[in-house]
Design a protein around this ligand. Structure first.
Ligand code: SF4
Length: 83
């Protein structure tokens, strides 16, 4: 097994951090607006979940493209996707 020199480890961690920043979005729900219709959970079941209180919640921020599709379909504009 290759042992990365210490400097390479730091570079590897920096690159992973940058990669995560480039590929992951910040996805939020405005729970004051959400009416709990469940449309977002139908479109992106791996990204959104409906809580017992009948509000959507974000369970993963990995799929920005799906979140954008759900945001387009949300009837009250409660899904915020920050790129
Ligand atoms: S589509 Fe919009 S209103 Fe419907 S559950 Fe999702 S966030 Fe709430």
């Amino acid at each position: 097994m290759y042992n990365f020199p210490k400097d390479d480890n730091i570079l590897l961690i920096k690159n992973l951090f940058i990669f995560n920043k480039l590929t992951m979005a910040v996805i939020k729900i405005d729970t004051d607006k959400c009416i709990g219709c469940g449309r977002c959970t139908e479109i992106c079941p791996d990204t959104f979940n409906l809580t017992p209180e009948g509000k959507a919640e974000v369970i993963s921020e990995k799929d920005k493209d799906c979140a954008l599709k759900a945001s387009d379909q949300c009837p009250v504009g409660a899904i915020i996707v920050e790129e």
